[in-house]
Structure formats: C-alpha cells, structure tokens
Design a protein around this ligand. Structure first.
Ligand SMILES: Cc1cc2nc3c(=O)[nH]c(=O)nc-3n(C[C@H](O)[C@H](O)[C@H](O)COP(=O)(O)OP(=O)(O)OC[C@H]3O[C@@H](n4cnc5c(N)ncnc54)[C@H](O)[C@@H]3O)c2cc1C
Length: 479
C-alpha cells in the first residue's frame, strides 16, 4: 500500500509510544500528538508487566532496558482484614517455571521513557508535545484532519486513538458515527457503529500511592502482598526504590459518570481504612504508608470493553478501547497486544503494495483493505480482552468479599493443585498472545516455546472432569 499521509497517533502513554516504535520498525510513517509537556509522566503507580507482553516488547528491542529499570516479582502473600494469613500464591513462580521469566514491576514513567528513548532521532522529531487534540474530521478525500487546542491541525491517512480512559478520540469517533447514522437514518442500530456515550462502569474507586520500602523493615524488593476483606482490598508491590500500593473500595452502586476526587475525598477514604494492616505480622498500616508516601492519587476503576473499536479511518487501542480492574495486572499488557495485532495488520496491507516509503491513505482499493485490516484487528482483540476483563473483575470481586464461603475459596486458591489448574486454564490464553510477525528475533525466554506447545494441546483444560475443575466451575457460578 502506498502511504500519502502519516498515521496520526493520539496519546503518548505506553500504548501510543509502543505504537510509534512498532511503526518505526515496520517502516510506517507517523506523527504522535501528546497533550502533556513530557511523555514520561505517569499517574497510577508502577506497572506489572507479564512475560507474554515482555516477549512482544523484546521484539521492539526494549527488554534489556526494562529489565534494568524494574524489579522481578517473586512472592505473593495474602492476609484478611484481621491480618490472618489466607495463603500464598505461587503465580509469579509459575511464570518463572514456564516462561523462564518472572513478571516485572516497572515504574510507569520509566516504561514511557524507555519506549521514547528507543525511537530514532528522526522519529523523536515526529513526537509533538503540548498537543491536546480537540476535534477530528473525516475528509472526503479519505484523510482525517485532527485539530489541537492551540488550533494547529494535522492531516493523516488514519488516526490511532491511544489517549487513555477519557479518550477524546473515542468521543469524536462516536460523534462522527452518530452523524453518519442519522444521515442514513440508521439511528443507533447495530449497523451504525455507534458506541454508548458512557461505555464503562466503575464498581470501585481506588487510592494508589508510592512510598519508600525502607519504612517497613521486612519489605524486600520483589515481594507482593494482598489484603482481602469486606468492601476493601489492597495490593502492594515492592520495587527496589519504591513500593506501590493500590487500595480498592467498592461503590454502593456502579457509576458510569466520571468522578472528580478532591483532597477531602482522599482523606476520608484513608480515614475509613487507616488501621488496615498491609504486611502480615508487621505494623505497616495503610495510614503509615499514606503518611510516608512520595506520590498518591485517587481514581475510579472503570470496567468494560467498547463494542466498536473503529470508525472509518479512526481506530482505538489500549485504555481508550477497554478497561479492566488492575487485579491481575492486565491493562497495559493488553494495550501492548493491541499494538502488536494492529501493526501486524497494517503492515500486511502495506506489504501487499509498494512499501517505499511506507505511506498510506487516500486510495479506494487500499481503503477496502484497510477496513478489512481494522475489522480483523477488532475480531482478534475483543473476545480476548472481554475474557480477561471478566476474570479480572471476578478476582477483584472475590478480594472485596468476606463470608465463610469466600474464606474457604481464598484458602483453596493457595493449594498447589488449584493454582496449577488455574495456571493451565489461563496459560492457553497466554499462549495465544500475539507477536510482531514482521520482526524476526530469537525467543527471549528459555521455555516459552515449550510452554506454548504444552499449553496448546491441553487448551480446553478447564472442563477436564477433575475435582479441581468441578470446584472451579462452582466458584465461577458463585462469584
Ligand atoms: C492504580 C492502577 C494500577 C495499575 N496497574 C497496572 C498493572 O500493574 N499492569 C497493567 O498492565 N496495567 C495496570 N494499570 C492499567 C494501566 O495503567 C493502563 O492500562 C495503561 O496506562 C494504559 O496505557 P494507554 O497508553 O492506553 O493510556 P494512558 O497511560 O492513559 O496514556 C494516554 C496518553 O494520552 C494522552 N492524552 C489524553 N488525552 C489526549 C488528547 N486529547 N490529546 C493528546 N493526548 C492525550 C495522555 O496525556 C496520556 O499520555 C493500572 C492502572 C491503575 C489506575
């Protein structure tokens, strides 16, 4: 495919930057617009990157730098609100066993910095800061015109919205789809490609904070802790230089509207759970962590997967398209898989035509191919992200439940047989995680090929008739 205009990436978070780096490798021309004055600014604590996503990042050449900046997560201890041990999980060790790689805890600003620094000088010049996108127009010539708050405009062959949970691109895409549907008298039927105005619901609000691990003698880099109990749960990950804590609290009713949290809200949130002991056997309470924190913030925890990820030449990736609770650490991991699947498809369209220089847009046959590519991208990604959101939602739900039954389930979850079963169940999904098919690199992890083959011929393990699978299915029905 010949490319007459660059592709415009909106948003310079981890997903936007990974897209830029993948485009550079694919020889696809791009422009990236970021509203802030720096790409390495992040809110929401550190990120857990799982081996399947690290595998894709290794293809972009950034794995070594990520390893240097991050901490390997090794142990996961769990207690209830009264500080009683409810069993260790060997989840991280399982990753190490099967993939030869522990999950990595990386400061989010570091991740963005690394992705940006790996861009060539030429590509860095195509990253524009202080560019808050306010408006999108589909040009009759097949282009997309993007307007920023400072009135600058950019014209592109297509637009990728990687602008996070409150995506402006998603909003503009909806308006355009709605206008077109009204003109064709489609209203909002299934053919209209119109998403809901508020597609995500928040069942939880979360307070996140980072504090120096030195405030508690027993915290070691690579440790993780969870506190479970009625209506509130805590996750703590200990990195080399900082520990990151997220406390989730259940809302009385799921909320669709955006909530603005002020200092009073945060204070009353902390007050309501200040005595909660976070580390088993230690005196580290949520209040002590908060009193010593270096940074903190409050956010709602939206959940949901958008029905339509694209309209015309506009497509979404990452948090703009889907929201999952962070309980099983999947938001940015799935954002990376979106990038892989999307760039693979776009690259294929380019490879079938003339690829020099990789410029795209404006030609009708190519438009059809592009539409097909975007459809394939959505078909690949939507079912996987939905399943992940469902599982993550259940995990979060269980962690804020306190009943004799939930205590039994917690206990059982720490049994080796159950954990091995769960591993095999989710491993079939992991084995299907996409890789860039145009970047030829060696497998970064020793056992990844073995893990995939082991998984693929047992892919439907969940209903194997064993006692553990019966137990699991009961749990699925109850929680
Ligand atoms: C407390 C917490 C803990 C989490 N932990 C994990 C974890 O351990 N593992 C994990 O996988 N995920 C985790 N997540 C989820 C993860 O943070 C997100 O999935 C990830 O940040 C999504 O990346 P993104 O690039 O899609 O969006 P963002 O990181 O939100 O980036 C969007 C970018 O777009 C820019 N932007 C927005 N609007 C505009 C505009 N109009 N014009 C131009 N630019 C714009 C923003 O400034 C920003 O730079 C966690 C989330 C939270 C809140």
């Amino acid at each position: 495919m010949s490319q007459l205009e660059p592709i415009i990436i909106i948003g310079g978070g981890p997903v936007g930057l990974a897209t830029a780096l993948a485009f550079e490798k694919a020889g696809i021309d791009f422009v990236l617009l970021e509203k802030k004055d720096n790409v390495a600014v992040g809110e929401g604590g550190d990120l857990v990157l799982l081996p399947p996503a690290l595998r894709a990042l290794s293809q972009l050449g950034v794995l070594e730098d990520i390893r240097k900046a991050s901490t390997r997560l090794r142990s996961l201890s769990r207690v209830d609100h009264k500080g009683r041990d409810i069993g260790e999980m060997n989840w991280f060790i399982n990753y190490r066993k099967r993939f030869g790689q522990y999950p990595l805890l990386v400061p989010r600003t570091k991740l963005s910095e690394i992705l940006f620094n790996h861009l060539s000088k030429h590509s860095k010049r195509k990253v524009y800061l202080n560019k808050k996108v306010t408006n999108l127009e589909l040009h009759p010539g097949g282009f997309v015109r993007v307007t920023c708050r400072d009135n600058t405009t950019y014209t592109g062959g297509m637009v990728i919205g990687a602008d996070g949970v409150d995506s402006r691109v998603r909003e503009e895409m909806r308006k355009l789809a709605l206008d077109a549907a009204c003109k064709k008298k489609l209203r909002c039927g299934p053919l209209a490609f119109v998403n809901k105005e508020r597609p995500f619901k928040s069942r939880y609000n979360a307070l996140w904070m980072a504090f120096p691990p030195s405030i508690c003698d027993t915290l070691r880099a690579g440790d993780a802790f969870e506190v479970h109990g009625k209506n509130i749960a805590v996750q703590l990950f200990v990195g080399r230089d900082r520990a990151t804590l997220t406390a989730y609290k259940k809302n009385d009713l799921p909320k669709k509207e955006k909530i603005l949290f002020d200092e009073n809200y945060i204070e009353s949130f902390v007050d309501s759970c200040s005595d909660l002991v976070i580390v088993p056997g230690e005196k580290l309470t949520l209040q002590t962590a908060f009193d010593n924190c270096i940074e903190s913030g409050m956010t709602s925890m939206p959940e949901g997967v958008l029905k339509h990820w694209g309209y015309g030449k506009i497509v979404l990736a990452g948090d703009a398209a889907h929201q999952v609770t962070p309980s099983i650490g999947s938001g940015v991991n799935h954002g990376i898989f979106d990038v892989v699947a999307l760039v693979n498809e776009l690259r294929k369209v380019l490879a079938e035509h003339d690829t020099t220089p990789a410029k795209m847009g404006g030609m009708s046959q190519q438009d059809d191919e592009l539409a097909d590519a975007l459809r394939t991208y959505q078909h690949q990604r939507i079912p996987v992200v939905k399943e992940c959101g469902r599982v993550s939602g259940k995990v979060t739900g269980l962690s804020v439940t306190s009943s004799p039954l939930s205590r039994i389930v917690h206990r059982m979850l720490s049994w080796d047989a159950v954990q091995n079963y769960l591993w095999r169940k989710s491993a079939s999904m992991m084995a299907k995680c996409p890789r860039f098919n145009f970047i030829k690199t060696k497998e970064p992890f020793r056992t990844v090929a073995t893990a995939s083959s082991l998984i693929s011929h047992r892919s439907e393990y969940p209903n194997d008739g064993s006692r553990v699978s019966l137990l699991y299915n009961t749990y699925e029905r109850l929680f």
